[in-house]
Design a protein around this ligand. Structure first.
Ligand code: NAD
Length: 285
């Protein structure tokens, strides 16, 4: 059995060249050491952006992402900060301005899980998840907005004063037993994003959410041991019948960050192969 551990389903994502729609833009990606954050950082670079890669503990992972950003011909800057720590977040945005000159795009990605049955969930489980997944997004968005306002609009770079993309989850609408802290944080992101979008629209700051379903990150593939497990644990929830790739998130983030989506504001883009379509009702319920 051990030789089957870590089963990795085939990658069936279409391969397409990336258009240079972010030329001259500067992006900050939180939690960029691996997974969704790494996929988005590399895609932004391939579309022409220089990137500050935030990490909290995994420096080696962030270095790997930086290599891929540089391979795309763009500048990568690494910065260690806990997104839930106000002082560290403020320092990170200062470094962004000092080292890359400005910020055009914030990808609020850093997140984690501390799962437990509800009556066994500790205060630490609750506060760690809310502190990183929700408060972390608030702190980074607030600093980004302060930077956007200070630097002003430059239409040769973008028609928006700045763009913020909140990485949420299908669990901003799908309840999740055993993960009440996580679903609460993601549900909170939904109304934080919409309220910020309402308040900041007149400044031409564009804010949207990207809500993935099941993406090929360690969190999802570590528990798979075989094709059968993959189908049992994941595919039955995915009408489109493939697992999402970090590159899928990257391409969607590039579009949401570019002027191609200039009239998209306060929206949530579900990137989930149809997971939010109540697949259990596909055959009449
Ligand atoms: P991951 O564990 O592979 O990566 C998360 C990254 O965030 C890591 O690099 C981690 O070090 C970093 N991080 C954690 N706490 C941090 C902190 N306090 N400060 C700075 N960085 C911190 O997970 P992932 O699957 O890539 O998830 C990324 C985002 O996508 C999360 O917000 C997650 O909720 C969301 N998401 C993922 C999936 C999925 O299927 N993988 C689905 C829906 C939503």
């Amino acid at each position: 059995m051990s030789d089957q551990k870590g089963y990795s389903p085939p990658n069936e994502m279409p391969r397409r060249p990336m258009a240079s729609v972010l030329t001259g833009q500067k992006a900050l990606v939180t939690g960029a050491s691996k997974g969704v954050g790494a996929g988005i950082a590399v895609a932004l670079a391939q579309a022409g952006a220089d990137v500050l890669l935030n990490y909290n503990s995994d420096r080696a992972g962030a270095e790997q992402t930086a290599d891929e950003v540089r391979a795309a011909g763009r500048t990568a800057v690494l910065f260690k900060a806990d997104v839930g720590n106000e002082g560290e977040v403020i320092s990170m945005f200062r470094a962004m301005t000092e080292q890359l000159g400005r910020i055009d795009i914030l990808i609020n990605n850093a997140g984690l899980q501390r799962n437990a049955p509800f009556d066994q969930m500790t205060m630490a489980d609750w506060q760690t998840v809310i502190g990183t997944n929700l408060t972390g997004q608030f702190l980074c968005a607030r600093e980004a907005v302060r930077c956007f306002k200070r630097q002003g609009i430059d239409r040769s770079i973008s028609y928006a004063l700045g763009k913020i993309i909140c990485i949420s989850s299908v669990h901003d609408v799908i309840p999740w037993a055993g993960h009440v802290n996580y679903a609460t944080a993601k549900g909170g992101i939904m109304l934080m994003m919409k309220s910020m979008a309402q308040e900041l629209a007149p400044l031409r700051i564009r804010i949207n959410s990207l809500s993935p379903g099941a993406i090929r990150t360690p969190m999802n593939v570590e528990k798979l041991t075989s094709q059968e497990e993959f189908e049992r644990q994941l595919l039955k929830f995915i009408p489109y019948k493939r697992i999402g790739e970090p590159e899928d998130c990257g391409r969607a983030a590039v579009w949401l960050a570019s002027d191609d989506s200039d009239y998209v504001h306060g929206a949530t883009l579900y990137l989930d192969g149809g997971m939010t379509l109540y697949p259990e009702f596909a055959h009449g319920g």
